[in-house]
Write a protein that binds this ligand. Structure first.
Ligand code: SAJ
Length: 418
């Protein structure tokens, strides 16, 4: 089976790697020349465990190559980004539509086309199907079209691609059958067949469920800071109830999924999707809250003339170099506009403006933890004590345990004590 995958990003590349590793011939297509060059040199451009080894093996055996242009194949998979349109918060399908148009000249009868990108409910029926029908294909007999959303967690992509259950949303039952056969190549989880619109809504709702629950945790943290309760203790106690699972409050919600997908539902039914929108607004308010609390800590607990803030971590997710939609950027920008000197350190992100841990901590008034990297869970406290005069840590990810007494620690458990 030959597979052509449009988009070689966080999802397209690992998917390509797994098909190539399981007996398929794979061409990975991307519009970015640098990415194609990097991949054809046998290197990968994302930080994700396990992929480099598989790509090395596949490139050697000839089962994988990267290209700027699609090629004829049996199966076409679209894994391109779907941002939202700022004006009305709707799903921007332009990359998906362009990807679909780009494969039309290479399509033959009997091919399978799968959209993996997260898309708003009804997109496959209303916007994607017509592209192939206009090209003369009858869906369900000449061409098999399905929406099979990816649902993997960065950092564990390979494991989750193989073991997670998969939603297979065909335009017709025949489309679902054909798409399921494709994934049966390597997926060990269940292949659950359904309609395209159900698959679209399920995927958007999975991330909305999480976003709404995080918003509840963030709201709890704000209420506790206001009325003087330890939010972290509350969460620990409440979660001992067998049917309660309060999520973890943090600096806001980042990433390309939770911060975006709920809008796809909201924009389809704005008058009805009220909790969904309120949750987005609550999570979007967290960077302002963190910046305000940081200012309060500095004001009440330091006497420096020109305070310096060491920002530890900008990635939206711990132990990855992924900073897409990270709330850290708004926090940094707000604090910078207040005139603070900011030194940024993120051991997982290469950036000429970022500095090493020692340099970031040097004479800093406060260390502000914005990412739950393992490096910060086990901070070198001797270094902190030697570099900072009256060390204060504001841990917005609630990861610091066993902090020495000489360091003043703020987290969502004691914000009311600022
Ligand atoms: N976060 C909190 N509190 C929590 C959990 C997360 O503040 O209790 C924050 C994180 O710090 C991060 C953001 O939420 O900024 C999102 O992180 P995440 O790890 O929950 O999710 P993503 O966006 O990396 O991946 C999600 C996953 N969806 C679900 O868990 C329902 C993944 O399975 C999806 O494949 C992915 O979205 C996607 O591509 O849609």
């Amino acid at each position: 089976m030959k597979i052509c995958i449009i988009g070689q990003g966080y999802i397209g590349l690992p998917t390509a790697a797994l098909f190539a590793d399981n007996g398929c011939e794979v061409v990975g297509v991307d519009i970015n020349e640098d990415i194609i060059r990097t991949l054809n040199e046998g290197k990968i451009h994302i930080e994700e465990p396990g992929i480099q080894q598989i790509i090395n093996k596949a490139a050697k055996s000839g089962s994988y190559h990267a290209s700027l242009k699609p090629e004829e194949a049996d199966v076409f998979i679209i894994t391109v980004p779907t941002p939202f349109i700022a004006d009305d918060l709707s799903c921007d399908l332009s990359y998906v539509v362009n990807g679909c148009r780009s494969i039309v000249p290479f399509l033959k009868k009997g091919n399978v086309v799968i959209i993996e990108s997260t898309i708003a409910p009804m997109s496959t029926d209303n916007q994607i199907k017509p592209i192939f029908e206009e090209a003369g294909f009858k869906i369900g007999t000449d061409l098999y079209l399905a929406h099979c959303p990816e649902r993997v967690l960065p950092g564990k992509i390979i494991e989750e691609l193989i073991h997670n259950d998969r939603i297979i949303g065909g335009i017709t039952p025949e489309c679902s059958d054909k798409a399921a056969e494709v994934y049966a190549t390597f997926v060990k989880g269940k292949l659950m067949k359904t309609e395209a619109k159900t698959a679209e809504m399920s995927k958007c709702m999975e991330n909305t469920f999480r976003d709404v629950n995080i918003a509840l945790a963030n709201e709890l943290a704000k209420i506790c800071a206001e009325i003087g309760v330890n939010a972290l203790d509350v969460i620990e106690m409440a979660n001992k109830h067998p049917r309660v699972n309060i999520h973890t409050p943090g600096p806001g919600v980042g990433g390309h999924c939770l911060a975006i997908d709920p809008y796809f539902i909201y924009s389809e039914a704005p008058d009805t999707a009220r909790i969904i929108k309120l949750a987005r607004d609550t999570n979007n308010s967290m960077p302002k809250f963190v910046a305000e609390k940081t200012r309060e800590i500095i004001k009440n607990h330091t006497s420096m003339y020109k305070p310096k803030i060491a920002v530890l971590g900008v990635a939206y997710k711990g132990n990855t170099g992924d900073a897409r939609e990270s709330p850290a950027f708004e926090i940094i920008q707000r604090l910078e506009s207040n005139g603070y000197e900011i030194a940024i350190h993120d051991p997982h992100i290469k950036n000429n403006h970022y500095v090493g841990l020692e340099e970031a901590l040097e004479s800093a008034s406060i260390a502000l933890i914005l990412a739950d990297h393992n490096e910060f869970k086990e901070l070198d406290y001797d270094l902190v004590l030697s570099k900072m005069k009256n060390p204060i840590i504001f841990d917005t990810k609630n990861i610091i345990k066993n902090c020495p007494e000489e360091i003043e620690l703020f987290n969502y458990g004691n914000l009311y004590q600022i």
